[in-house]
Design a protein around this ligand. Structure first.
Ligand code: ADP
Length: 323
């Protein structure tokens, strides 16, 4: 290996910069050339590839987002688009690619790998829905941002005896919602993996007021059938019967933009460095993730084919502790 390139793709996540830095510096340490690809697969197709020095990644470890930029690129879903990407890599004499990103990005990395090009993925998404990593870069920071919001809403909810809905991100995965509900001490949680009945939520809220609680926080995942908008509508339509009103806060992209905490900086640094070390030892077509407390590699083909299960037993824990 003489020349590697690194890109970030899909949804940005706090810690991506720490991963870019680790890939760059570890590659340079091995005496390789390292280049950065701007705007994910879109920049790859456009040949937007620039040589990096150690200084290119100075002062970025504490920054959220990604200095390389990210994009969603429909062209990369086609073989023709990926061939254009491969041509750009050949034109720049790049021997291998490191892809920092989530589910879609690693599906793209697998598609490129299946065409015979050396690729190593680094597990990074705030949704924590990527097979091959128990926890991915950005999750911990996003969770802490959601918690800060929940803690604040609890204060105002207590003062006014109100119920608050907090919608958190996570696409079709309820991990962020479930974990922030447990850590935030929420009264109820709604996730896509388990069907929720708004009548039961209303009963739970009534019961918690009866038990003397002065506030109620319901955490809902954006991908749930009853997300914040649907629940608000339901409660509005049945207000007379249900007896109370809900206020909703959608955290949305606020969760993404934070400065990475210590956990994400260290995880990103370790995963990024391991990606380069694996390439140096001749491995490719793998995702580097954190599994059972260790840095481990999983074949990209397996990552693309499998779905990460959510431990829904934690829902019982959230429910039991909400009493
Ligand atoms: P994330 O990586 O955060 O899950 P997306 O799902 O938006 O983000 O995927 C990012 C990009 O990865 C897509 O815009 C597309 O360019 C590429 N991609 C996604 N799925 C595939 C696939 N099956 N084959 C090739 N490229 C893909």
């Amino acid at each position: 290996m003489k020349h590697i390139a690194v890109l970030t793709s899909g949804g940005d996540a706090p810690g991506m910069n720490a991963a870019i830095r680790a890939v760059t510096r570890m590659g340079l340490e091995l005496g390789w050339r390292v280049s950065g690809v701007a705007q994910g697969y879109a920049g790859l197709i456009a040949g937007d590839i620039e040589p990096f020095t150690a200084r290119s990644v100075s002062g970025i470890i504490q920054q959220g987002g990604t200095i390389l930029g990210s994009a969603r690129c429909p062209d990369f879903l086609t073989e023709e688009g990926r061939e254009r990407g491969l041509r750009a890599l050949a034109q720049h004499d790049v021997d291998a690619l490191v892809v920092i990103g989530g589910n879609g990005s690693q599906a793209g990395a697998n598609a490129l790998s299946a065409m015979g090009y050396p690729v190593v993925g680094v597990a990074s998404t705030i949704d924590n829905d990527l097979y091959g990593s128990d926890i991915t870069i950005g999750v911990d920071t996003a969770l802490n941002i959601a918690l800060e919001a929940i803690d604040r809403l609890k204060v105002t909810a207590s003062s006014h005896q109100r119920a608050f809905l907090v919608e958190v991100m996570g696409r079709n995965c309820g991990y962020l919602a479930l974990m922030s509900a447990i850590a935030g001490g929420a009264e109820a949680v709604v996730i896509p993996e388990v069907e929720s009945d708004p009548e039961i939520i209303a009963t739970e809220l009534r019961d918690s007021y009866r038990r003397g609680k002065s506030h109620a926080i319901i955490v809902v995942a954006e991908g749930a059938r009853y997300n914040a908008e649907a629940l608000l509508e339901f409660f509005k339509a049945h207000r007379g019967r249900l007896g109370f009103e809900l206020r909703a806060t959608t955290l949305g992209h606020v969760q993404r933009g934070g400065a990475p905490g210590a956990y994400d900086r260290i995880l990103a640094t370790r995963l990024g460095a391991a990606a380069v070390e694996r390439l140096a030892s001749g491995e490719q077509g793998i995702l580097i993730g954190h599994l059972q407390g260790e840095i481990r590699a999983t074949p990209l083909a397996e990552v693309a084919a499998r779905k990460k299960p959510l431990d829904v037993n934690l829902l019982k824990l959230a429910d039991a502790l909400a009493k």
